[in-house]
Design a protein. Structure first.
Length: 264
């Protein structure tokens, strides 16, 4: 019964998304605007002491695409739980036959699919503006994307656990998102930061994900060339995902015990 329950959540989310068609147009327009903005800004930006494949335009465009996935994975669970809480349907959703992990997956899956469409549009606009890609190993791209999403979805599940217990929008995720954007190599290489911040950046999965994405898209590298990226990402995913599921299960038990699911 869990499969139909998860599918029902996905169908409902898709219908809701399609009912706001203007949002798709606005999102597409935002992607095109971002591509043009970065294109002209890159004419004024040089990266000191660091060789950036494809120049700064390629660097920041790939970083922007990755940040969209990170945002979807990081905010998806807590945003969904907050919406269900505000609508008074949280208790019904979490009392369904579907296992909690299935509902967590359903809460971010549609967002990730929409982000994929947005990423393709953004990269297509970049290509139209002269951005060159050298994707020779699509499997490497899928592996990088999967490990990256798993790592950041785990952080999003931890944020959702906070919301279940404290019944308020959690304050940690915006701070984490800003920190990742600053240190994770999205808009500039961590090597241009002060040494202690550059060292801290290597403790974040985003910095490895950014390096891997650029190596695959801009340099045509495959899995055999990405050991220094894949191993840290796999470590983060293997460590954070079980911890996040344990935290969410504990938070759900506490919420049921104290009758928190019915409050909104």
């Amino acid at each position: 019964m869990s499969g139909p329950a998860v599918a029902a959540v996905l169908r409902r989310d898709l219908r809701l998304a399609l009912s706001y068609r203007l949002n798709f147009l606005l999102t597409a327009g935002s992607s095109l605007f971002s591509a043009v903005l970065w294109f002209y800004l890159s004419a004024f930006v040089t990266v000191r002491g660091t060789e950036v494949p494809g120049g700064y335009f390629a660097f920041v465009m790939t970083g922007t695409v990755l940040l969209q996935y990170v945002t979807a994975a990081l905010h998806g669970v807590s945003r969904r739980l907050g919406e269900e809480q505000a609508a008074g349907t949280l208790e019904f959703l979490l009392s369904s036959p579907a296992p909690p992990w299935g509902l967590l997956l359903a809460s971010v899956l549609l967002d990730l699919l929409l982000r994929t469409a947005d990423a393709l549009l953004l990269l297509g606009a970049g290509a139209a503006l002269g951005l060159e890609f050298h994707l020779r190993h699509p499997l490497a791209l899928l592996v990088i994307a999967g490990l990256s999403v798993a790592s950041f979805a785990a952080l999003g599940i931890l944020a959702g656990s906070f919301l279940l217990v404290f019944q308020r929008g959690e304050p940690v995720t915006p701070l984490v998102g800003g920190l990742l954007a600053l240190l994770g190599g999205v808009f500039f290489p961590p090597s241009v930061l002060p040494p202690f911040l550059a060292a801290a950046a290597r403790l974040l999965p985003l910095s490895y994900a950014a390096d891997g994405l650029r190596a695959v898209l801009l340099e045509g590298k495959g899995l055999a060339d990405l050991g220094g990226v894949l191993l840290p990402l796999a470590f983060f995913a293997a460590l954070l995902l079980p911890l996040s599921f344990l935290a969410f299960a504990s938070a759900l038990r506490a919420a049921r015990r104290y009758g928190l699911l019915g409050r909104y």
